[in-house]
Design a protein around this ligand. Sequence first.
Ligand code: HPA
Length: 277
Amino acid sequence: MPQTHGNPLDEPAADPFEIAAEAAADIARLTGVDRHDIAVTLGSGWGRAAELIGETVATIPAPDVTGFSKPALEGHVGTLRSVRTAAGKHVLVIGARTHFYENHGVRRVVHSVRTAAATGASTMILTNGAGGVRETWTPGQPVLISDHINLTAASPLEGATFIDLTDLYSSRLRDLARSIDPSLDEGVYCQFRGPHYETPAEVQMAKIIGGHIVGMSTALEAIAARQAGMEILGMSLITNLAAGIQTTPLSHEEVLEAGRAAEPVISALLARIIEAL
Ligand code: HPA
């Protein structure tokens, strides 16, 4: 049942997988859909995709589901939607992301991913708005995530849980995305803690260590999705060139505006990818 006071994930003795199973039961009850096949988390700029993926069966406020909290940020819709594609697949559309910078702990950050797995989803699509390190990229451009560098110094894995992260962002799914849009470029995503944007020196560091995209989500979620056995597709909308790569200061408004401008095109692209899964 949804919490009225604290979040059950904050209890140190809680089992996050049991809470994810409860959340999945809430979703089944509230949407009337017993099992989902695919889950997609919509980051800034990707929100319109929900309407294009298929027919919405049910929309539920995220806080009605066990372990979910209210969204911290404008531009992040706090709902979960069950959508049926033309091919009859059930897609759980997650419009409620808890960021690591909110300081609620990693369990809460990855709860939506674990819940998605508990609803039956075998594919996890993670999208975000992020900064571009490559000068050749332009704001409004979607790129595939090929790998990540986790700079948060945190992990969703607890205890001695050793998990392989090779091909974390499925090359099969990246190929499939490129079969829909051959112009899609790809790069390595660096997750910083945030919520401040990076300094130009940090962006240079990201570049030197092999990063092409800088952001504040996704890497921790991808690790949890791998632990849950899901196949992962990661996509970033480049909302701005990263600090120091672009010469003007960064602003959250600029990020939201780039998201709004690109939304119809990238949402349609995402819907076509999901149709092809
Ligand atoms: N850095 C980190 N996160 C972001 C950025 C950025 O430049 N743009 C949008 N999200």
